[in-house]
Write a protein that binds this ligand. Structure first.
Ligand code: HEM
Ligand SMILES: *[C@@H]1O[C@H](CO)[C@@H](O)[C@H](O)[C@H]1NC(C)=O
Ligand SMILES: *[C@@H]1O[C@H](CO)[C@@H](O)[C@H](O)[C@H]1NC(C)=O
Length: 528
C-alpha cells in the first residue's frame, strides 16, 4: 500500500477529518510554523559551506535576528563579535547580512570597489520617494559623484565665513522667542529644541533666506511628513498605499515645487542675490557633458541635503547638550575657553574664532565617537568578495554591513572607551586614542572618486562620517554648524540634569538615525 493511502486510512487522519474547519486550519498553521522552525534550526546545525562566515543562531526563519539587532544594534554587534570575531552573518528580514567590524572591516565595506558593492540598491526604496527622481540613489553612481562634487565646491571658506554669523544669529534669536526658554531658569525637552535650531540654521545657511523664511510657515510641517518616509518598516512597505506614504508623496511634490519656484525667483534677481548658499551654487552647475543641472534635480538635492544634515546634526547636538547637562563642569570650561581666547566681552563669533577653541571642537569629536547617528552602513554585494586574511567569501546573495561605531568604542583604540571625555583628544591625555596618531600618517594617501580628494585608506577605528566614495561631504559644514551652536548655547546658559545627578538617557534606535530617547529633559539657567 502507498504512503498516501496508508495515511488516509490512519485513525488519526480520520479523527482529524471530524474536527471543525477552524480547528483544522489552526492545526495546519501550527504544524507549518513548527516545521519551518525545525527545518530552520536543522539547517543551521548542519555543516555549511565553510567559506561563509558564521551565522548568528535564530529560531524563526525570515525574522532571524531582526528584533535583537533592531532593539540595540551596538550591543548586538559587540555580543556577536565576542562569539565569532569581526566577521559574521545574521538574518535581517529574510536577508543574510554579513557584518565586518574593526578598522579592516570598515575598510572592506566602505572602500569596496564599484564592481563589488552597491549602496543605491539598498537605499533607493527609502530615499527616492522622499528626495525625488534623478538624484543621489536614483541615478548611476557616476552621476552621484558629480552631484557630490557640486555640493562640495559650494562649501568654500568664503561661504563658511558667511555662515557663522547666520547660524549665531539664528541660535540667539531662537532662544529669545522660544517659549520653553522664557524664564531665568527652567526645564526643557532638549531634542525638540535642537531639531528646530538645526533646521533653521541649516536651511538658512545652505538654502538661503527665502527658503529659511518658509520654514516658519509651511515647510516645517511638510518636512515632518517627508520624514515619515524614513521609518525602517518602509524598507518593506515603501510602495504601500498607506496614509503615511500618501502624506510623504504629497509633501515631496509640494516641497520640490517650492524649491523650483524659488529657483525661478532667484534667477530673476540676478546679481542682486548676494547670498552664498548651496542652492545658489547648484542652480549654476553644469555636468561634465555640458548639460546644466535641471531645476528639479536642484530641488531634489536640496531635500536630500536637508534630510541628511537634519537627522545627523540634530541628534548630535542633542547628545552634546545632554552630555553638558551630565557634566556641568565641562560646560563651564567651554565658557572659560571663550572668555580666555576671545575676550571677556565675548564679541560676535567669527569663522576664524572656531579654530581657536580646541575644547569646543573636541566636544563634537568625542560626542560623535560615542553617539554616531548612523550605526549601520549597508551595501549590496555585486560579486563574490573574499575577506582579506580569512577563508571567507561573501556571496552575492548577502548584504554587507559596516558599523564604525563599534571600533570607535573599542578599548583597543580608545582607553576607557565608555567615558565621554573630550580631553582625550589632547595629545598628552591618559585616554588619548592609541592608534589615531599613527593612522594620520597612513591616511595621507588621497584618492578622488569624482568629488574631490578624500583619504584612500579607511582602515581607521574612528569614521563617524564614513569613508570611500560615499563619504560625507557635509562634515565641515556639520562641524561649523555644531561648533557655532555649542559656542552660542554656552554663552547663554548653564545646564544640569533635572535631578542634579549625572545619569544619561538611553538611545532610541527605532528610526534610521539613532538619537536620545524622548523626553530628554534638562535644567537650564541663564548666565548673568
Ligand atoms: C554630524 C553630522 C553628520 C554625520 C555624522 C554624517 C555621517 C555620514 C555618513 C556616515 C555618511 C556615509 C553613508 C554611507 O556610506 O552610506 C554620510 C554621507 C553623506 N552625507 Fe553626511 N553626516 C553628517 C552631516 C551631513 C550634512 C550636514 C550634510 C549636508 C550638508 C551631509 C550630506 C551627506 C551626503 C551628501 C552624503 C553622501 C551619500 C553618498 O555618497 O552615498 N551630511 N554622512
Ligand atoms: C549629461 O550627464 C547628466 C549626468 O550624468 C545626465 O543626467 C544627462 O542626461 C547627460 N546629458 C546628455 C545629453 O547626455
Ligand atoms: C555661474 O557660473 C558661471 C560659469 O560656470 C560663472 O561665470 C558665473 O559667475 C556664475 N554665476 C553665479 C551667479 O555664480
Amino acid at each position: 500500500m502507498g504512503l498516501i493511502q496508508e495515511l488516509a486510512g490512519h485513525p488519526l487522519t480520520q479523527q482529524f477529518q471530524t474536527l471543525g474547519l477552524g480547528t483544522q486550519v489552526a492545526i495546519g498553521f501550527t504544524t507549518f510554523i513548527v516545521l519551518s522552525v525545525v527545518l530552520n534550526v536543522i539547517g543551521q546545525l548542519l555543516p555549511t559551506n565553510s567559506n561563509e562566515p558564521p551565522l548568528v543562531f535564530h529560531w524563526f526563519p525570515f525574522i532571524g535576528s531582526t528584533v535583537t539587532y533592531g532593539m540595540d544594534p551596538p550591543t548586538f554587534f559587540k555580543e556577536n563579535r565576542a562569539k565569532f570575531g569581526d566577521v559574521f552573518t545574521f538574518v535581517l528580514l529574510g536577508k543574510k547580512t554579513t557584518v565586518a567590524m574593526g578598522p579592516s572591516g570598515n575598510d572592506f565595506v566602505l572602500n569596496g570597489k564599484l564592481k563589488d558593492v552597491c549602496a543605491e540598491e539598498i537605499y533607493t526604496v527609502l530615499t527616492t520617494p522622499v528626495f525625488g527622481k534623478d538624484v543621489v540613489y536614483d541615478c548611476p553612481n557616476a552621476k552621484l559623484m558629480e552631484q557630490k562634487k557640486f555640493m562640495k565646491i559650494a562649501l568654500t571658506t568664503e561661504a563658511f565665513r558667511s555662515y557663522v554669523p547666520i547660524i549665531s544669529h539664528e541660535v540667539t534669536d531662537y532662544f529669545k522667542r522660544c517659549a520653553d526658554f522664557k524664564g531665568k531658569s527652567g526645564v526643557v525637552d532638549i531634542p525638540k529644541r535642537m531639531a528646530e535650531i538645526t533646521i533653521f540654521t541649516a536651511s538658512h545657511a545652505l538654502q538661503g533666506s527665502i527658503i529659511r523664511n518658509k520654514f516658519d510657515v509651511s515647510l516645517a510641517a511638510l518636512y515632518h511628513d517627508l520624514d515619515m518616509g524614513f521609518t525602517p518598516v518602509n524598507f518593506m512597505l515603501h510602495w504601500a498605499p498607506l496614509p503615511w506614504n500618501r502624506k510623504r508623496d504629497h509633501a515631496q511634490r509640494t516641497v520640490a515645487k517650492t524649491y523650483m519656484d524659488t529657483i525661478v525667483e532667484r534667477r530673476a534677481m540676478g546679481d542682486a542675490d548676494k547670498e552664498l548658499d548651496m542652492m545658489k551654487h547648484l542652480m549654476n552647475s553644469t555636468y561634465k557633458n555640458g548639460t546644466k543641472v535641471p531645476d528639479h534635480e536642484v530641488a531634489h538635492m536640496m531635500i536630500a541635503l536637508l534630510m541628511a544634515g537634519q537627522h545627523s546634526s540634530s541628534s548630535t547636538s542633542s547628545w552634546i547638550m545632554l552630555r553638558l547637562a551630565q557634566y556641568p563642569h565641562i560646560m563651564e570650561e567651554l565658557y572659560q575657553e571663550q572668555v580666555k581666547v576671545l575676550g571677556a566681552d565675548l564679541p560676535p563669533l567669527k569663522y576664524e574664532d572656531l579654530a581657536k577653541l580646541p575644547l569646543n571642537q573636541a566636544i563634537i569629536k568625542e560626542t560623535l565617537r560615542l553617539h554616531a547617528p548612523i550605526h549601520s552602513i549597508m551595501r549590496a554585494v555585486k560579486s563574490p568578495m573574499p575577506v582579506p586574511g580569512t577563508k571567507y567569501v561573501i556571496p552575492t546573495s548577502h548584504t554587507l554591513l559596516a558599523a564604525p561605531g563599534v571600533s570607535a568604542s573599542d578599548p583597543a583604540y580608545f582607553p576607557n572607551p565608555d567615558a565621554w571625555d573630550p580631553h582625550r583628544w589632547e595629545v598628552d591625555s591618559p585616554n588619548a586614542p592609541t592608534i589615531i596618531r599613527n593612522a594620520v600618517v597612513e591616511d595621507e594617501e588621497k584618492i578622488d572618486y569624482g568629488y574631490g580628494l578624500v583619504s584612500k585608506g579607511s582602515a581607521s577605528p574612528y569614521l563617524p562620517f564614513g569613508a570611500g566614495r560615499h563619504r560625507c561631504i557635509g562634515e565641515h559644514f556639520a562641524n561649523l554648524q555644531l561648533q557655532t551652536i555649542v559656542a552660542e548655547t554656552v554663552r547663554h546658559y548653564k545646564f544640569r540634569n533635572v535631578d542634579g545627578g549625572n545619569t544619561l538617557i538611553g538611545t532610541d534606535y527605532a528610526s534610521l538615525f539613532s538619537r536620545p530617547l524622548e523626553p530628554a529633559n534638562i535644567h537650564y539657567e541663564e548666565r548673568d
